[in-house]
Design a protein around this ligand. Sequence first.
Ligand SMILES: Cc1cc2nc3c(=O)[nH]c(=O)nc-3n(C[C@H](O)[C@H](O)[C@H](O)COP(=O)(O)OP(=O)(O)OC[C@H]3O[C@@H](n4cnc5c(N)ncnc54)[C@H](O)[C@@H]3O)c2cc1C
Length: 409
Amino acid sequence: MFEPAAFGLERKEAELIERARCFGQSAPAPRAARHDRDATFPTENFRDMHPEGLLAICVPKADGGLGASYRTYSIAAAELGRYCGATALSWNMHVCSTLWTGALADELMMSAQERAEHNARRRLHYARIVADGAIYSQPFSEGGAAAAGTVAFGTEARPVAGGFRVNGKKIFASLSGAADYYGVLCTERGEGEDASRRNTLYLAIPADAEGVSIVGEWDPLGMRATVSRTLLLKDVFVPEDEMLMPRGVYFRAATCWPHMFLTLSPTYMGLAQAAYDFTVRYLRGELPGALPVKRRMYPTKQIAVAEMRIMLEQTKTLWFQAISEARANPTKEQVLRAYAAQFTVMENANALAAKAIRTCGGQAMLKTLSLERIYRDSRCGSLMLPWTAEICLDRIGRESLYEAGETDE
Ligand SMILES: Cc1cc2nc3c(=O)[nH]c(=O)nc-3n(C[C@H](O)[C@H](O)[C@H](O)COP(=O)(O)OP(=O)(O)OC[C@H]3O[C@@H](n4cnc5c(N)ncnc54)[C@H](O)[C@@H]3O)c2cc1C
């Protein structure tokens, strides 16, 4: 998708991205239709990722991982998204538990004590992934305003001897029933204390801990193979060592490293490319599974493909710029560009898929082909908190017109 010479990718970066592309073609692609139809989790894709090192793509090299940077991971995830959106999105939930605690946390201000504590704890999590192929997930959403970042999480952790007692409910918990650890955001609240976002804890809760249960149906429009059911936590004891970040550090990350929330976009960048790729192959009469009928000679098809290509190039260029400038304490311009990139990828992925269906025609949207799945999966992108398409628009408008602290009073 991103030609190394054209985009100035380093050799090591290009190699990892190539590895993800080859993996996407060989393992998830042929399994995608079945898991989408049955709304089942592609566990075997994750088992196959382990020997490839892909579960540990963002685990630092010193801890046995591949040590991919934010940008390298993002492009690798986009490559995977071309072949199975649900696998790429679930992989993102897993990888972020290592990226955020790894390269991202390395750029955050921490006291020497916090740093030592963090490095010791994250080694435990990384060892589980590197040695045992453990899978982590990221159930943050609760159905209220917390996932948008405006109020404290309703899931609460009461400090007790040796750890925490956690109670709460998480909706849309992708990888429910498949993850070995749920990376839960919750509010640490001592006796008589008010709930505060500053006291957000990021805890890895073992899936088999007493008090963890999964409830509800999962029969959605798209991203069906993410199996994002509801996670209930009832008086779950979580040892202190399961902290994925020291106290206060998640809040610092969310404030100083806003691009951490752009990590839902790579999957949809891949889906945008997939919609375009499908259209070109279909119109050339070269799509496996479709009749070898050429439709490329009609001027209307050529114009549609030209428009799709322009939209895809615009999307890729903006997104590449945004993922390349992800860092701690970005400038205001960089943050606004990240919102714009998220909005553009999420909206354009679905616009491209819709246009692909109109251009290719009726036979192209049959369930025997991948386009209708790409269309349904791509519809989900702009709904994903905390940076939904609406929230991005809201912030771009407001923050372009107001400097911090300005009012009209
Ligand atoms: C396929 C899929 C997989 C998912 N996997 C996960 C997962 O693994 N972990 C996880 O934590 N979540 C996950 N989510 C959940 C997702 O991020 C959202 O939390 C979920 O879609 C929330 O839906 P809601 O209807 O409760 O949103 P609501 O909070 O009701 O918001 C509805 C809409 O209102 C707008 N809105 C909300 N708050 C504000 C605000 N403060 N300002 C302006 N506008 C606002 C937004 O545009 C939003 O889309 C997943 C979602 C999907 C679709």
